[in-house]
Design a protein around this ligand. Structure first.
Ligand code: NA7
Length: 539
């Protein structure tokens, strides 16, 4: 790896000022920001292109559940104005085209090393710098290392007995072949009913001879009502972008969904029905904004659950299938899914639903799989089995901090980070939307941009102070982790086995990882910065 000079103070003892892991939206913007600050930076990316999540998740129907006008960068006014989204919710190929456009427009590729995986990183205590090791045997040294590794990037394939024996083709939604898959005329099995399955099932069902869905836990889904982007809306939005982005900073999720500040239990049954119906007709995640207590009061939440259950009963012809598809858990406890024709798909004669909640999938066989004493034959199996979310991609890298301590050991009982940005004992290491930040409970684009700006400002501040290391203190981290847990404990989130809790991965510690409260978080991080990065030691 060639040495690039540091632009801040002449000759640098490191290859670059900032080593960035991952060329998704976080890594790309960080590279741009670092350059603006006069810092040299390099991204190491495992894929052959930019886009992160949107590079890997190419399954049929892959689409963002945040509206396209809101799911974009705001750092460049020109970019905001010139880019045109074609649909209300952008599909994966369009988001990937956007990511590529950004990479070209800001000339990012010359500082990105593709097809290279970071395997380890070590903090050099004497030099106050990081050595980043890659699978091509090279080492990159940098003053700072930023993990822009994504929250949903480490795929989870359960360790099914006999998996290797299957004679047909297997696919994971999060690692979909770039050339696409033609299921025409095939007998297909799909395992999982999370968002990826809910988006892909209707499209796979249109092609396959027969599609069998294996469901362990049903999920709530609300319609997207996707369609071409209304040109009037686009014009209005572009004329008011700054105002829209400002509103997003004041909402729970960093989107324009404004919560109705009323308890579901204070409304009459008719009022509730009418509000839920209105949200259902608008479509999308705004359904959760129907009332202010849906995620804190079980009884309130049940009213939303009953409403969606009624919809499922109306849409799905077979009452037994409708019942199986109806979750018993809290609406929104697992991320609410946004669908197009999901429930309707179960009315097709070539689709069947198999409940594996009581009798797990026993074995993958050469011809298919077995569960509950039944054998199913398939030409292809799709694993829509999700991710080792939020910590998976970080823990996969052997990250050693002070005293050679391994980060995955420090996090063995659950992740510990200050503001979800830094972790004690690992100086000059930062995470974009790490565990303990609002991240996945918000519009990821706005959270990513906020983190990148905060991290780069922090690095610039430390350098201006002449500090060679900036490190979260154990006290600040301890108190932050306590706050994350306390906030989660006041809600219904811990009541189900979601990936927010790591509960979908066997053996993963059950800890609620995202920070609840976007405006509060933005205020706190601004305050920390204003106080000279309070809770960080600069040495
Ligand atoms: P999810 O939401 O984690 O869904 C994974 C699904 O796979 C879920 O239904 C799981 O059931 C199921 N699963 C996992 N392991 C098994 C086994 N062993 N047997 C049967 N079923 C299993 O991942 P997605 O990719 O759909 O979505 C992730 C996020 O991406 C989503 O929330 C959006 O933010 C975008 P379980 O519920 O664990 O019982």
């Amino acid at each position: 790896m060639s040495k690039s000079s540091s632009t801040t103070n002449g000759a640098s003892p490191h290859d670059v000022d900032v080593a960035i892991v991952g060329a998704g939206f976080g890594g790309m913007y960080l590279l741009h920001r670092a350059r603006e600050l006069g810092l040299s930076a390099r991204i190491i990316e495992a894929g052959s292109g930019v886009g992160g999540t949107w590079y890997w998740n190419r399954y049929p129907g892959a689409r963002c559940d945040v509206e396209s006008m809101e799911y974009s960068y705001q750092f460049s006014h020109e970019l905001e104005q010139e880019w045109h989204w074609t649909e209300r919710y952008a599909a994966q190929p369009e988001i990937l085209t956007y990511a590529n456009h950004v990479a070209d427009r800001f000339d990012l590729r010359r500082d990105i090393q593709f097809d290279t995986r970071v395997t380890a990183a070590r903090f050099n205590e004497d030099a106050g710098s990081w050595s980043v090791f890659t699978d091509d045997g090279a080492t990159l040294t940098a003053a700072h290392c930023v993990l822009a590794t994504g929250c949903l990037s480490s795929t989870n394939t359960p360790d099914f007995k006999g998996l290797e024996s299957f004679a047909g083709a297997t696919y994971h939604t999060g690692q979909w072949p770039h050339e696409g898959v033609d299921f025409t005329g095939l007998k297909v099995g799909i395992i999982g009913t999370g968002s990826s399955a809910i988006q892909s099932i209707p499209l796979i069902a249109e092609q396959a001879a027969h599609l069998t869905v294996f469901q362990r836990t049903p999920n709530f889904a609300v319609p997207a009502h996707n369609g071409p982007l209304d040109p009037e809306y686009e014009r209005y939005f572009k004329a008011n972008y700054a105002k829209m982005r400002a509103i997003e900073k004041t909402t729970r999720n960093g989107t324009l969904y404004i919560v109705n500040e009323q308890s579901a239990l204070d409304a009459t049954a008719e009022e509730r029905e009418s509000i839920y119906q209105e949200k259902w007709e608008v479509g999308g995640l705004g359904f959760m904004a129907s009332f202010n207590d849906l995620l804190v009061d079980k009884q309130a939440n049940e009213t939303a659950g009953e409403f969606i259950a009624g919809k499922i009963r109306n849409i799905v012809d077979d009452p037994t299938v409708a019942k199986l598809l109806t979750p018993k858990s809290v609406v929104g406890c697992k991320r609410l899914c946004v669908d197009t024709d999901y429930y309707k798909t179960y009315n097709r004669p070539n689709v069947s639903l198999v409940d594996v909640s009581e009798t797990a999938i026993e074995e993958i066989t050469p011809g298919g799989l077995t569960t509950g004493g039944r054998e199913f034959e398939f030409d292809a199996i799709v694993f829509a089995t999700g991710f080792d979310a939020m910590t998976g991609s970080i823990n996969k890298i052997k990250i050693r901090g002070r005293n050679d301590a391994l980060l995955s050991d420090k996090w063995a009982a659950g992740p510990r980070a200050y503001l979800g940005i830094a972790t004690a004992g690992f100086p000059n290491l930062f995470m974009v939307t790490g565990p303990g930040s609002p991240s996945v409970l918000t519009n990821m684009m706005t959270s990513i941009e906020h983190h990148v700006e905060w991290i780069s400002d922090c690095i610039a501040y430390a350098r201006a102070q002449g500090a060679t290391t900036v490190e979260a203190t154990s006290e600040a981290e301890e108190s932050w982790v306590g706050r994350v847990n306390e906030l989660a404990g006041r809600t219904l989130y811990p009541t189900c086995n979601s990936w927010y809790l790591g509960a979908n991965v066997p053996g993963k510690p059950r800890v609620f990882m995202p920070y609840l409260g976007n405006p509060d978080y933005l205020a706190k991080t601004a305050d920390v910065a204003a106080k000279g990065y309070e809770g960080f030691a600069l040495t």
